[in-house]
Ligand binder design. Sequence first.
Ligand code: ADP
Length: 610
Amino acid sequence: MERIKELLTKYFGYEDFRTGQRELIDAVLSSRDVFGIMPTGGGKSMCYQLPALMLHGITLVISPLISLMKDQVLSLKNAGISAAFVNSSLTPEQLRKVYGYMADRRYKIIYVAPERLFTEGFLDTVRQLEISFIAVDEAHCISQWGQDFRPGYLKIPQFIAMLPSRPVVGAFTATATRSVTEDIKKHLGLKNPLMTVTGFDRPNLYFDVISPEDKMKKLISLLSEREDKSGIVYCSTRKDVERVEETLRIRGFSVTRYHAGLDIEERRQNQDDFIFDRKSIMVATNAFGMGIDKSNVSFVFHYNMPKSLEAYYQEAGRAGRDGENADCILLFSPGDIMTAKFLINNSSDNEELTEEQKMTVLEADMSRLREMESYCKTKGCLRRCLLTYFGQKAPDNCCNCGNCREETETVDITDISDIIFTCVFEIKKHLGYALGVTFLTKVLKGSRESKLLEMSLHTLSSYGRLSVMSASEIRRITDFLVFEGYLRKNEFDALFITEKAVEVNRGNESVYMEMRKTAERGKKEKTKKSGANAEDSRLYELLRQKRLEIAKEENVPAYIIFSNATLSDMAKKAPETYEQFLTVTGVGQVKADLYADEFTKIIKKYASET
Ligand code: ADP
C-alpha cells in the first residue's frame, strides 16, 4: 500500500481522504506552500498532521486556541503520535520541560500560540531544530476583514524569517470571503500556494430558522424531543445564558453554562462536564466552543441571532462533526438585530487597534450583520443562502433545511397588506414623521401602552385592526412587504409606503405570500430521520457504555477514545476479531491495540445472547 495511505489507516483509522485533503498534503510533501479553505469539521487538521508524520523535520502549528491545542495533542497522543503544545496555560517548569523535549527531537508536531513565537525560550529552541512545515490554523485571524482579527498574527512572517531556512508554509481557515483570502495570502507571504476550497456543504446538518412567539417555550419543546442527545444552546449575552440555563435546570434538563463572566475554575469545570458527557446541554455565549472538538454534538440551537454568518456557520458547524445527522436551529426575533448592533458598537475586542483599523472593522461587522439578517428572513433554501455567502454554488432546493422541507402554501394577504399600508400611511400623516415596525405592530394590535396613547395613535382607523394576529406574524408580513418593495425603510428603519403599495390600496393588485404550514412542523421534526439506525441499537448502547467507562478511567473525553461515527460503524460491522476491528472507520493500529480486546469481548457476548 502507498505509504501515505498506510499512515492514514495506521494512525487515524481512515480508509480514504476527504475532498481536498490529498491535494493539500501532496503539495506540502513536494515543498509547496498551501492554502486550504474548508468548513468547520471539514478535516483541516489532517492536512498538517499527516504531512508531519512524513516530513523529516518538525511541524509547527500556529493556533490561537488554547483549548483546541490541548484537545488535538491529546488526540494525537492517543493515536500514538508524539506532540506537544506551547501556550500560556503551561507553568515555567512545564515550559522548560517541553523545550527540553523539543531540543531532544521527541515531538513530530508542536502547537504554539502566536504570542509565544518570539519568547526567548521558544525562539532559541526552534532555531536549533529543523522545522519542515509551519501550518497557520485559523488563518483568517491575520485579516482585518476576518471576524477574529488578531494583530499578533501579523508577526508570523517575521518569525518565519528568523528561522535558519524557510519551511513550507500552509494557511488553513473556514472563512472564504474574497477580501479575507487575499489578506491571508498577502500578509502571510505565501509563495505560489496550492489553493483548495472544498465544499462548504455539511449535508448531515439540518438548518432551520424559526420565529416563535415564545422562544423559551419553543426551546424547551425542541430539547424535550432530544432528551438523550448532547448539544449546545448559544445566547448573545451572559444574562441570557444565566436565564436560559436556570430555566432549563429548574425544568430538570441536564444542563450547564459557559460565558466569559464566570471564574476560570467554573468555566473549566462546566466545559469538562459537557465534554465528558456528564451534562448533555451547554448553554453558552460565543466564548464557548472555540477549539472544542467534541464530535458527538447532535444539535446546536441559537437562542439569538449571531453577528455574522461566519460566526453562525462556525458555531452551528460544531454539530455533527462525526458525520452523524444533527440539527442547527436558530430562534430568531427582530430584537436580536438590535442586540447584535449594540454588541458590535460596544465591542471591547479591538482595543489594541488604531482608529482607522477600528472603523474598517466596524464597517465590515455591519455588513456581515446585514447578511446574517437576510439569512433569518429568507424564504429560500437556507443551505443555499449559506453556501452562496461562502462563495459556493448550490442548488435551489437542498431538501434538508426548514424552508425546503416545510410544506408551504400560497396565501392571499391582500387585505392584511392593505391594513398595514393604511396604518403606515396614517402614522406618518398623524405625527408628521414615520415610525418603525415595533410601533406599527403595537398600533395594529391595539396596544394600550401609555406612549401610544400619549401620541393619540389609538385614534387612527387602523388601530387594533389586526388584533387577532400575533406580533411576530405582523412583523413577518411587514418584513415581506419591505422585501417585495411595497414598503421602504429609511436609515432609522422607519417605514414608508411605495407606489407599489398604492396600487394595492387602489385595488389594482393583489399580494401573495408563501407561508409555512406551521402545524406540520412538530410532526416533521419527529419523523425526520435522525442518526444512523445503529445508534438506536442495543449493541451501540453497550459500546457507548464501554467507551464512557474507558474515558472515565483514562480521564479523557469520550470522543477521544472513539467518535460516535466510529461507534456506529462498530455496531454495524460488529467485529469479533482484532483484524475485523481494524476495519472499523476511525480505528487505527494504536487504538486497535489498546481497545480491540475490550470492545470485541462485548460484541461477542452480545452476539451469543441474541
Ligand atoms: P476542522 O479542523 O476542519 O474543523 P477536523 O480536522 O477537526 O476539522 O476534522 C473533523 C473530524 O473529521 C475529526 O473527527 C476528524 O478525525 C475527521 N476526519 C478528518 N479526516 C478524515 C478522513 N479522511 N476520513 C474520515 N474522517 C476524517
